[in-house]
Design a protein around this ligand. Structure first.
Ligand code: FES
Length: 165
């Protein structure tokens, strides 16, 4: 009788642990939702596209050959290079108080209407009050694809060199 009771209790305990683990683990859909995969071959030069990653706006700007030729080393360090093309990919929130700046293709720069902050076509700050350029989301290059939410070697280098937080 005692043995039978013990066996039933043990089965019950294992069952509870399995149920608890299911509750703790994120759903497969939630895990997948942490990543956004972008096909970088679809973007046009000097046309800003706003994508989404984890509910945040993500600016994607494919640079023209002229932009690439004239940019400084600091601007170049922010580039994501895929298939020979240079891209600015950043979280599209002003680093001052979080407004969404607008891109002016003619001026090749961003203006934040909230307090007049400005950013260049690389997403670096050119006029205060924003304290720094746009933050760059974790990314991994996979052929022509850019996976946001995964930290590849190019992103780790940007973090180590202080290009992004
Ligand atoms: S929120 Fe952009 S300048 Fe203040």
């Amino acid at each position: 009788m005692g043995k039978a009771f013990g066996a039933v209790a043990a089965v019950g305990a294992v069952g509870s642990l399995v149920a608890m683990k299911r509750t703790w683990d994120p759903l497969p859909s939630v895990k997948a939702a942490g990543f956004t995969t972008l096909d970088m071959s679809i973007y046009e030069e000097n046309k800003l596209v706003t994508e989404k990653w984890r509910g945040k706006p993500i600016f994607v700007l494919k640079k023209t050959a002229e932009m690439v030729a004239k940019q400084t080393e600091k601007q170049k360090a922010r580039d994501i290079v895929i298939g020979g093309a240079h891209y600015m990919v950043s979280i599209g929130l002003c680093t001052h108080l979080g407004c969404i700046p607008a891109y002016d293709a003619g001026k090749e720069g961003f203006l934040c209407a909230c307090h007049g902050g400005q950013f260049d076509f690389s997403g670096d700050v050119t006029k205060a009050p924003p304290p720094r350029g746009f933050d760059i989301p974790p990314f991994k290059i996979d052929g022509n694809l850019l996976v946001l939410g995964e930290a590849g070697p190019e992103y780790m280098k940007m973090k180590e060199t202080g290009i992004t937080l």
